[in-house]
Design a protein around this ligand. Sequence first.
Ligand SMILES: O=C(CO)COP(=O)(O)O
Length: 214
Amino acid sequence: MFILVNLKAYPCDPIDVATAARDVAEASGARIAVSPQAADVARVADTGVETWAQHVSPNAHGSHTGSTLAEAVADNGAEGTLINHSENRLKLADVDGSVRAAERADLETIVCANNPAQVGAAAALGPDAVAVEPPELIGGDVSVSTADPGIVEDAVAAADAVDPAVDVFCGAGVSTGEDVAAAADLGASGILLASGVAKADDPRAALEDLVSGL
Ligand SMILES: O=C(CO)COP(=O)(O)O
């Protein structure tokens, strides 16, 4: 199971979380990555933790003020990028363009989706993985793997029907090792989570609990 911690725009210390994630990954052997604000990619990557961008724009180099260039985040240490999110909704053509931009920059890709139908559409674009995150459960206390296990199973089936090479992650409300284990049992290859770590009083303890389910 791959555990990707999306820091969103939460007011946590990205270096504190990155250092804890690096240490817990090393101690446990689990794959853990941190996805900070674009401005923090370089200093988070400097900690040695696997670092992902939260978004890359579809465009290449050129006259594109305000864009987040895939090549720029890669040059600053990102190994992958999220694309699309319930909180940053893109048009399908832009999701496609961002996946292509990430490929050009050798970034791994996870496209987020709200439901299994969107998972199927996203899988058709050929990312490395898709993640199903029901919007109503994001930021809540109940894990998607407990509150709506069927949506995870349906997402796995939807991606498999389109392209079996595309991994399926799930997220929303995940905060414990039990949640991670339940997601694995439903067929997920990884977890996306945010508040369970970024808003925790002790992010290191939260990460240690998450990997205890592996
Ligand atoms: O949106 C998410 C990750 O991208 C999930 O957020 P929470 O873990 O806070 O529910």
